[in-house]
Design a protein around this ligand. Structure first.
Ligand code: ADP
Length: 246
């Protein structure tokens, strides 16, 4: 069954045409990597999926709800669709534990004991149980991003969106975050859409790779074809040769 379906979606920022006739289906459990040059619309596309950006026309079905319909309740979408940002977006005045517990408490009304137990299990699984009482300012970027992922997982979402999750990190911290993402990907039921330039991650984890340029999807192909065959699109080929395939 499809988790995300774009049908002829258009998006403008004032006069600027940011998403042009987007057609894309991502099925439940699929792991998809989205690549493309800076400014091509990757972030815009991913942000439309949990309603952070509105689409102007077409249909955008997420978990069965149409986000192009103004009447759709965004809270119903966000319960099942988590997002991990480049700059973590943790609540700076709340402890690590509280950052993880707050959404399940407010949105899912999870009991306090259950909520804490789950949060501690998540912290343990990412190797940061000892940071439960710390504030985000006391963490490194890599640790903050692992907490941000745990915070998303605490909602037990069906789908996780990652918008360049490692591009603000020092190189030595990137692997720690990618390892957590690899573990998330081991859950076969979790749908993942990841904007990243980490091609080794894409090669390992993705089922499909999507290439965007100038607001359009120019290639949507199986990973094997994208990396080991040749992308059919010229611009996708050039982009790959510039950033390196591995
Ligand atoms: P990418 O993630 O591929 O770098 P973005 O989706 O961030 O691309 O941006 C696509 C284009 O839309 C860029 O030209 C960018 O300047 C423009 N854009 C993004 N956000 C806004 C905004 N809030 N207002 C106006 N233009 C925007």
């Amino acid at each position: 069954m499809s988790m995300i379906e774009f049908r002829n979606v258009e998006k403008y920022y004032d006069e600027f045409h940011a998403l042009i006739d987007i057609n894309l289906t991502i099925n439940e459990g699929e792991k998809v990597v989205l690549i493309g040059p800076s400014g091509s619309g990757k972030s815009t596309l991913i942000r439309t999926i949990n309603g952070l950006e509105r689409v102007h026309s077409g249909q955008l079905l997420v978990n069965g709800f149409d986000l192009a319909d103004k009447k759709t309740d965004m809270n119903k979408i966000r319960k099942n669709v988590g997002m991990v940002f480049q700059h973590f977006n943790l609540y700076t005045n709340k402890t690590v534990l509280e950052n993880i517990m707050i959404a399940p408490r407010l949105v899912l009304k999870r009991s306090e004991s259950e909520n804490k137990k789950l949060a501690m299990e998540l912290l343990d699984s990412i190797g940061l149980a000892d940071k439960a009482g710390n504030l985000p300012s006391q963490l490194s970027g890599g640790q903050s991003q692992r907490i941000a992922i745990a915070r998303s997982l605490a909602m037990k979402p069906k789908c996780l969106l990652f918008d360049e999750p490692t591009s603000a990190l020092d190189p030595e911290m990137i692997d720690d975050v990618l390892n957590v993402m690899r573990e998330v990907a081991e859950d076969s039921s979790m749908t993942m859409l990841v904007v990243t330039h980490e091609m080794s991650f894409a090669r390992e984890v993705a089922d499909r790779v999507i290439f965007m340029d100038s607001g359009k999807i120019l290639e949507d192909n199986l990973k094997e074809i994208f990396f080991d065959g040749e992308p059919t699109n010229n611009r996708a080929r050039r982009f790959l040769s510039k950033i390196g395939k591995h």
